[in-house]
Write a protein that binds this ligand. Structure first.
Ligand SMILES: Nc1ncnc2c1ncn2[C@@H]1O[C@H](COP(=O)(O)OP(=O)(O)O)[C@@H](O)[C@H]1O
Ligand SMILES: [Mg+2]
Length: 404
């Protein structure tokens, strides 16, 4: 292969590899043609002498004219009759710079895309989160204003969903409470109005002297006295009940001798109510232990139940039993009275519920006794049960936990 052809090959190679290949002879004359050096021009003498000394070089090179950067790799070669020349490969650093630039651009682009995606995702998630929260805020504000006809729709199965469910439940509960409360207030005002109308009615009868005999006058006075004491009783019961409902009741636990307590209550009940043809019996369990409980509350429960038994029994017997089973005390009060119809049994612990309003009223009942009993039993952590048959009798059984 002659020299010319060889040089052509180098030029071709340079073209293909996007590099500049420059072959220089010993005298510094360029033998190939390239962008940097035309054929026949003189090569950089410094580079040539460097290569003649070191055999090979690697360095960066700046073209004096174009100011372009190259990576230069050079080697000394033997040309024609062992004369030393050099082969130089100039790889433009611009293309590397280009690549770096491109990579930089890609990087910036991907950061921008990532940021956009993140922002979009955040927006989506926050919409998904905040929309139901905003709905709930609107609804709770409605509730606060007293509008309880709300229902948050489409509940998801997550925390947001259960929050919405809780708000719905709260609205339902508040609604129940509101109906309950207005019913209760209506009842109270009715219950208060009745004795007051008696009081004012008979007072004016007396003032106008609309009676025929002293006996009649006495009768009216005793009605006034009874109604006044009923009113006191009612107010006391209401106060008691409202304290209990607000959970303001504090328990004072003490050692209670159940036998002594029940006998005391029986004595008081006999004094307060006319027991007529009824006998009251107490059958304690043998060796009844002392129990730790709130004696006052226990007494209140028993007074209510025993007074009811007396009130609703015309003849026969009231039997009270107490026994301790394991860590519980069971007290039952059984009468042979008028009984409670089974349709009314579920309601007798409700405030102001009475099977026969007139009889209960006549006997001095307020309709709050059993509601108070139920609350008190709850406060003491126990339970109350009732069994009754019309014409045969009624039995109340309370079961309280005890510490002995
Ligand atoms: N031992 C009982 N025998 C029959 N009915 C009873 C008895 N105890 C309670 N009741 C019925 O339950 C109602 C509610 O009792 P309570 O709350 O104590 O009210 P009150 O005794 O003031 O009427 C009574 O009005 C009565 O109809
Ligand atoms: Mg009662």
């Amino acid at each position: 292969m002659d020299n010319q052809n060889e040089m052509k090959i180098y030029e071709e190679l340079a073209n293909h590899t996007k590099t500049e290949i420059v072959i220089v002879n010993k005298d510094g004359t360029v033998l190939t043609s390239s962008k940097l050096y035309k054929k026949g021009t003189n090569f950089d003498s410094e580079l040539l002498s460097e290569i003649q000394k070191k055999n090979k070089i690697h360095k960066t090179y700046v073209d004096a004219e174009t100011k372009e950067y190259y990576f230069l790799s050079g080697r000394s070669i033997e040309l024609n009759e062992k004369k030393q020349g050099g082969a130089f490969v100039f790889a433009s650093l611009d293309s590397i710079h280009d690549s770096i630039h491109k990579v930089k651009n890609y990087l910036i682009l991907s950061i921008v895309v990532a940021l956009l995606l993140a922002a979009g995702f955040t927006y989506f998630v926050s919409r998904k989160l905040s929309k139901p929260l905003i709905d709930m805020e609107i609804v709770t504000r409605k509730i606060a204003k007293g509008d309880l006809n709300i229902n948050i729709k489409k509940l998801s199965n997550d925390e947001i969903g259960s929050l919405a469910q809780a708000i719905n439940d709260l609205a339902i509960e508040l609604k129940d409470y509101r109906t309950n409360r207005s019913e209760f207030l209506a009842n109270i005002s009715h219950e208060l109005r009745t004795p007051i109308s008696y009081l004012s009615g008979y007072a004016s009868v007396l003032r106008k002297k609309l009676y025929d005999s002293d006996q009649e006058k006495e009768d009216y006075l005793s009605i006034i006295e009874n109604e006044a004491s009923r009113l006191t009783l009612l107010i006391n019961d209401l106060f008691e009940l409202s304290k209990m409902e607000e959970r303001k009741i504090e328990l004072y636990k003490e050692w209670v001798d159940i036998e002594e307590l029940i006998e005391g209550v029986m004595g008081k009940a006999k004094l307060r109510a006319d027991i007529g043809n009824v006998t009251i019996k107490y059958e304690p369990q043998k060796n009844m232990k002392m129990i730790l409980s709130d004696g006052m509350r226990l007494e209140q429960i028993l007074i209510n139940l025993i007074e009811n038994a007396i009130r609703y029994t015309d003849y026969g017997e009231i039997l009270i039993k107490s026994r301790v089973i394991k860590d519980k005390i069971i007290i039952s009060i059984k009468d042979t009275g008028i009984g409670i119809p089974s349709k009314d049994l579920p309601f007798i612990f409700e405030r102001f519920f009475r099977v026969e309003k007139s009889r209960s009223r006549e006997m001095g009942g307020t309709g709050l006794g059993l509601a108070i009993v139920k609350e008190l039993v709850n406060v003491l952590g126990g339970a109350i049960e009732v069994k009754s048959e019309v014409g045969i009798g009624t039995e109340f059984i309370i079961c309280l936990p005890i510490e002995t």
